[in-house]
Design a protein around this ligand. Sequence first.
Ligand SMILES: [Zn+2]
Length: 233
Amino acid sequence: MSAIRFLRFLITPLVYFALFAAGIWAYQNNATFHERTDTVVLNLENYVRELTGQGTSTTTQKEHQSHTSTINEGGGGRWVKTRATLYIAIQNPTLKSAMEDAVSQWNGTGAFTFNITTDKKKADVIVSTMDNSSNQAAGLTQMSLDEATGYFVSGKLYLNRAYLLNPTYGYSYQRIVNTAEHELGHVIGLDHSNEVSVMQPAGSNYSIQPADVQNVQKLYSQSASASSTSSTN
Ligand SMILES: [Zn+2]
C-alpha cells in the first residue's frame, strides 16, 4: 500500500463521520426551530405556524416548506369574494378571545370580511384547537382548493394549545392574537412574507401590517388562476 493510499484509507472514514455529525447537528437544530409545511393531499395545502422557541428568541427560526402539488407552489388560491364564514369551535377562553380579536382586526382593514356562524354546516372554515407538542407548530391552516378554478372550497384552522398555552414558550396574549391573524391570513390566501408582515413565518411579532392589507387587495384584484401563477415568482 502506497503512502497516499494509506492516508486515504485513514482519512475517508473521518470525512464520512464528519458529514454524518454535521447532518445530525443540522437535523437537531432544524427540529428545534422548525416550521413544517406539508401538502397532505394534492389539493390540500398546509400552512404551519412556527413554534417560536423560548419566547423572546425570534430571529433564529427557520421554515421549511415542501409542496408536492404544483398547483400550490408559492401558495395560490383565494376565495371567490373577499369574505369567508368561520365556525369557531374553541373552548379555551384565551384562545377563543384571541381568535375573535384577530377576526375583528382583519375585518377592520376592510380588505376581507370574516363572518362568524354558530351553524357549523354554514361555515367555510372550521376553527379549532389541537394539542400537539411534536409538530413544532403554534398554528396550522389547511386550505382545500378547487384546482379547476383556483378558488378555495373549504378550510381548517387550528391553534395549538401545546405551545400557545404553555408558559414555557412565553406567548403573550398579543402574540397569540398575532398567531391567529397569521393563520387567518393563510385562510384569506396569503403566503408567507419576509417583509414587515403578519405573514412572517416565524416569531409572531407582527400584527396585520399595511403590506398585508395591500397583498390581500392585490390577490383579490386579479383572477384566481392569474394570482396563483404570479405568486410562483
Ligand atoms: Zn404560516
